[in-house]
Design a binder for this molecule. Structure first.
Ligand SMILES: [Cu+2]
Length: 110
């Protein structure tokens, strides 16, 4: 029987920390809010908005209970209020509500 030395080192360090790393935007109200996305029913309205780099998007809880999760943003479940998110980098940023399947929206920053 041959001796086999197997070094199985699974590097599974890719975890929550990486997923939660800020993607270039922070929650702040120091930029022009150029779009509003409502969380209502079982969906975001609209499903997509486009803003310019440096602008902000206001997420408004307009009906039902929802949380809001995106890169660098995590708001617990609630049924009213709002959150302004400023986008400082170009790209497409996806947001989800984990309480409702397929409840997603995206912010396209140009
Ligand atoms: Cu929801």
């Amino acid at each position: 029987m041959p001796t086999t030395t197997t070094m199985k080192r699974t590097v599974a360090a890719i975890g929550v920390a990486a997923l939660l790393a800020p993607a270039g935007y922070i929650a702040a109200a120091d930029a022009s809010t150029t779009a509003t996305i409502k969380l209502k029913g079982v969906q975001f309205t609209p499903r997509s908005v486009t803003v310019k780099k440096g602008n902000a998007v206001k997420f408004v809880w307009a009906g039902g209970t929802h949380n809001l999760v995106g890169p660098g943003v995590r708001v617990g479940a609630k049924s009213s209020g709002s959150r302004v998110v400023t986008f400082r980098k170009k790209g497409t940023f996806k947001f989800v509500c984990q309480l409702h399947a397929n409840m997603t929206t995206k912010v396209i920053v140009k």
